[in-house]
Design a protein. Sequence first.
Length: 166
Amino acid sequence: MIISSDLWQRKFNADPAIFGKTVTLGGQIYAVIGIMPEQFKYAFMLCAIWIPDSFAALSLGSAQREDRNVNVFARLKTGMTLREAQVQTNAILERLVHDSPPDRGWVANVMTLQAALGRREHSNCGLALMGVVMFVLLIACANVAGIFLARHAGREHFAQAIRCGH
C-alpha cells in the first residue's frame, strides 16, 4: 500500500522506517511501499491509502475480458522519461506472462497523472469557457443597467412634468 503524508504523520508518527512494514486492512495484509508527497491531491478527493486493485477475470463481461489495456499512472524518477517507464512496464508485463501464460496480451499505457487528468489541455478550454461566461455576464449587467437608467429617466421626465404642471 501507499499511504498519504497526513496518515503517515498522524498514525505512524512520521516514522521513516515504515517502508516494508505490514498493515492489516479489511482482513488483508499489505506492505507499506511508499508515502505520497504532502501536496498530492488526487482529483480533489481526500484519500489516505492506495492499495492494488485486483479482480477475477471470470467476473468480467466478455467484452471486458477481451479488452487487455491497462492504464498505469507513473511518478517518474528524476531524469527518467515516460518512454523509459513504458519500456520497464512492458518488461514487467512480459515477466508476468511468463509466470501465467493465460494473461498474455496485456498492453500498458504509461502516463503521468497530470496527463491523465488533462490539466494542460483542459486549462485552455477552461479559460476560454470562463471568458465566454464573463462576456455573457457583462452583457447581462449592461442590459440591467440600461433598464434601470431607462426607468430612472422615465421617472425623472414624469416628475418634471408634474412640477411644470403639464
